[in-house]
Design a binder for this molecule. Structure first.
Ligand SMILES: O=C(O)CCC(=O)C(=O)O
Ligand SMILES: [Fe+2]
Length: 291
């Protein structure tokens, strides 16, 4: 979202007079910073004035429209190779995406492991919750939603094997991963567009980011084939990934400066026929401490 900030005309006129008497733009910016103007804002003020002067277009009048800062992605954390040795299994890169930074992965998990995960999860499923942004509390999502449960990290030998496999994939310590979340969507169920990164708009999220850092990577593993629908969709990218047992969608959304990527917006489109099972892993900047 663009942001409007006050830009008093006397400040604007001071910038104009300095530029016109031959001061270099960076010196004018520095002078503003020395007078307690925030650096990014000082740059925007000087740029806006210079562009208006050069183009002969109207000067800013009392306020300045700041363009949102574009997200600059770091290089993808996955190796460039087509096959990644992940301990007990070779994971294949089936395709790559740059906005958002993402890849479709194959051979992530075998059919027996998928079935075992589903059977371990089934008795523990509860209606899925979403975080109420104002309170930070978990509230039940509407009736068209999925049901889900969380495993603890390395809770059973099977989960330990999968937790370690994904740690090998990303090159990050296994402890940076949150425990797997299993989601089950019946026919008609889907999920609304959302970001996986945590917004510090409530105390619970802010404290979680302080403890463990931001979420930076999501891996959603498809545990079954869906007869129709149930794609993972990225509306900003115009992209839909068809669930296929054993494949996964991997995506990154936080760079080393702590910026987060709005292009990582995603949803599950409704299941039209059959059902959908996924295992989601969220990975943090640092060791995940739940509370
Ligand atoms: O079910 C999907 O395709 C996406 C799941 C998801 O967005 C999540 O678990 O955060
Ligand atoms: Fe998600």
């Amino acid at each position: 979202m663009a942001l409007t900030v006050p830009f008093p005309n006397p400040v604007r006129d001071w910038i104009i007079s300095n530029l016109q008497r031959g001061c270099a733009a960076p010196d004018v910016v520095r002078e503003l910073c020395d007078n307690n103007v925030e650096e990014q804002l000082a740059n925007a003020m000087v740029n806006a004035v210079m562009q208006a002067l050069m183009a002969g277009s109207p000067l800013p009048e009392g306020q300045l429209l700041l363009a949102p800062l574009a997200y600059v992605a770091d290089p993808c954390r996955l190796p460039a190779a087509p096959v990644i040795a992940c301990g007990d299994r070779d994971i294949r890169i089936l395709s790559r995406m740059s906005k958002p930074t993402a890849a479709v992965l194959g051979n992530v998990i075998n059919a027996r492991e998928c079935e075992q995960l589903i059977e371990l999860a089934r008795p523990r499923l509860r209606p899925s919750t979403v975080v109420d942004p104002s309170t930070g509390q978990d509230v039940v999502a509407d009736h068209r939603s999925s049901e889900g449960m969380f495993f603890r990290l390395m809770e059973t030998p099977l989960l330990e094997k999968l937790d370690r496999r994904l740690a090998a994939l990303t090159g990050l310590p296994v402890e940076n991963g949150e425990g797997f979340q299993i989601l089950h969507y019946r026919s008609g169920a889907g999920s609304a567009p959302h970001f996986d990164y945590l917004t510090p708009s409530n105390v619970a999220n802010a404290e979680s980011v302080t403890r463990s850092g931001q979420r930076i990577i999501t891996v959603v593993i498809y545990l079954n084939d869906v007869a129709a629908g149930g794609e993972t969709v990225f509306p900003e990218a115009g992209w839909a990934i068809t669930p296929q047992q054993g494949n996964a969608i991997y995506f990154e959304y936080c760079n080393r400066q702590g910026q987060v990527d709005p292009a990582s917006l995603h949803a599950s489109s409704p299941v039209l026929k059959g059902e959908k099972w996924v295992a989601t892993k969220w990975i943090r900047e640092r060791r995940f401490i739940s509370r």
